[in-house]
Write a protein that binds this ligand. Structure first.
Ligand SMILES: CCCCC/C=C\CCC/C=C/CC(=O)SCCNC(=O)CCNC(=O)[C@H](O)C(C)(C)COP(=O)(O)OP(=O)(O)OC[C@H]1O[C@@H](n2cnc3c(N)ncnc32)[C@H](O)[C@@H]1OP(=O)(O)O
Length: 292
């Protein structure tokens, strides 16, 4: 691991930063003095590949601070001209359980707004990044967690976990930008419509067959090797052309999102505050607790 910040490393791809250095960098560039709280970031100076590890126990549930932190890391890595990003989890069971439902229950409108805007920003940042992105899904990933995996370009999953988008199950509609993201991975509209309307959750092995993930890996170590191999398969000289091509594939979805950003927020706020949705959310949270 590199131990210093410098302008141009010898391979010309990535500034070299350790977690502590990046934390200082955040303070300068975002106005926030707080170091990363829920993630760790490491950058390999030989490969130019960053690994961002989600670390908000027990479930990596997404609250506004956590989502802001992930989005800021991606932006900083873009500036430092890293080549690729691997997203993974410090948990051995859960990659990401989606939005922090405890923070969505009986919350003030302003708090809910902060959560949704952070989710929108995180999706936009990850979906549009020129970095080569791989989700190394080393645990269950549902709802907002599925969004993180599906917005990445390549998915490597460990066996015997669950992946899917289950919003209709919690009584809410899937937003158009997430439908577009899903279609970018599963272009068969009938299958995508069925999956999202039915809140279909796939087991790893079935997700591979369905094309929702690209590879299975036997262990996290093997998954990391495969992720590095995927990112390294893009030659250095092609990175700019690659990024422009990626952007063109995703541009329409990004524009649709920008055109409807405010409306999307209003729909979420209106739905999440409905008494029946809140009541269902309360029961759902109880059912999660009872499992323990
Ligand atoms: C509110 C709905 C908004 C809908 C918005 C509409 C559009 C969608 C656009 C994209 C946005 C998505 C919104 C969301 O992300 S909603 C989140 C939905 N998430 C879920 O339904 C996941 C619920 N969790 C599970 O199914 C399971 O926990 C699991 C992820 C499969 C892991 O199972 P397991 O390994 O058995 O672990 P536990 O169930 O025992 O959980 C461990 C621990 O974590 C707590 N927890 C789990 N999920 C959440 C969560 N989402 N938020 C907060 N806390 C969560 C769980 O309560 C346990 O805690 P304790 O150890 O303290 O009991």
């Amino acid at each position: 691991m590199a131990a210093r910040i410098m302008n141009l490393p010898k391979h010309g791809l990535c500034h070299l930063m350790r977690t502590s250095a990046l934390a200082r960098h955040y303070a300068g560039s975002t106005g926030s003095a707080s170091p990363p709280q829920f993630t760790t970031l490491s950058v390999d100076d030989k490969t130019g590949i960053a690994t961002l590890t989600l670390n908000r126990p027990p479930a990596n549930a997404l609250n506004a601070a956590f989502m802001g932190e992930i989005a800021r890391s991606i932006k900083e890595l873009e500036k430092s001209k890293c080549r690729g990003l691997i997203l993974t989890s410090s948990s051995e069971r859960i990659f990401c359980a989606g939005l922090d439902l405890k923070e969505c229950y009986q919350a003030e409108a302003s708090h809910l707004q902060g959560i949704w805007v952070a989710l929108q920003n995180l999706w936009h940042t990850l979906y549009s990044t020129p970095l080569i992105t791989v989700a190394l899904i080393n645990g269950h990933t549902v709802a907002g967690g599925g969004m993180l995996a599906l917005s990445s370009e390549y998915r490597i999953m460990l066996p015997n976990f669950k992946i899917g988008i289950n919003e209709t199950m919690v009584g809410l509609a899937v937003p158009m930008w997430l439908i577009d993201t899903y279609l970018n991975v599963i272009p068969n509209r009938r299958v995508a419509e069925w999956d999202l309307t039915a809140s279909r959750i796939y087991k790893s092995e079935h997700a591979l067959k369905a094309g929702l993930v690209d590879e299975l890996a036997a262990s996290k170590e093997q998954g990391l090797e495969r992720a590095v191999a995927f990112i390294s398969s893009y030659p250095k000289h092609s990175l700019v052309a690659r990024a422009i091509t990626k952007r063109q594939f995703r541009e329409k979805d990004l524009k649709n999102f920008e055109d409807n950003r405010q409306h999307d927020l209003e729909i979420f706020l209106s739905n999440i505050q409905k008494p029946n949705v809140q009541s269902y959310l309360g029961e759902y949270l109880e059912s999660l607790k009872k499992k323990a």
